[in-house]
Design a protein around this ligand. Structure first.
Ligand code: FES
Length: 147
């Protein structure tokens, strides 16, 4: 909890401190367990319900452990018409995870999203902060083997 208090103190006087505190806490702990949310609530004198409201609103926050590598595949319209279904099933088969699952060794988490904001490159996937466009099943194999 020393680390959490350090993070809270850093932003305590900042307007809108909750989001940067949640981001930094997640970076420090890998996800946002209940103890961390309770600690943030006490530190900022905010009700836990308000913190949960923020955490569950933004997809960037996780309440359960995430893998070292988060793979996001787009299932939006532009990607869908370019074969997103095949991309998603290829990823699922390669890492043996379904959407929303994390591998037991905490190496991979697999998610699908409504749009990755790079529709011109459809179909698109991301690994952590790296974008990969014009995906094909063969390219997925090559890319994921690097992780
Ligand atoms: S629809 Fe896939 S990136 Fe926008």
């Amino acid at each position: 909890m020393d680390k959490l208090n350090e993070i809270i103190d850093k932003y305590r006087e900042t307007e809108g401190a909750l989001i940067p505190i949640l981001q930094e806490a997640q970076e420090a702990f890998g996800y946002l367990p209940k103890d961390v949310l309770v600690g943030i609530g006490k530190g900022l004198k905010l009700p836990l319900s308000q913190i949960y409201g923020v955490v569950t609103f933004y997809s960037q926050f996780f309440l359960t452990p995430h893998g070292k590598y988060t793979i996001r595949a787009c299932r939006g319209t532009a990607c869908h018409v370019q074969g997103a279904k095949k991309i998603i099933s290829t990823i699922e088969n390669l890492i043996n995870l379904k959407e929303g699952e994390t591998s037991p060794d905490l190496k991979f988490t697999f998610e699908t999203v409504a749009c990755l904001g790079a529709c011109a490159l459809s179909p698109v996937m991301m690994v952590n902060k790296d974008y990969f466009g014009k995906m094909t099943p063969k390219k997925i194999t090559t890319i994921l083997s690097q992780y």
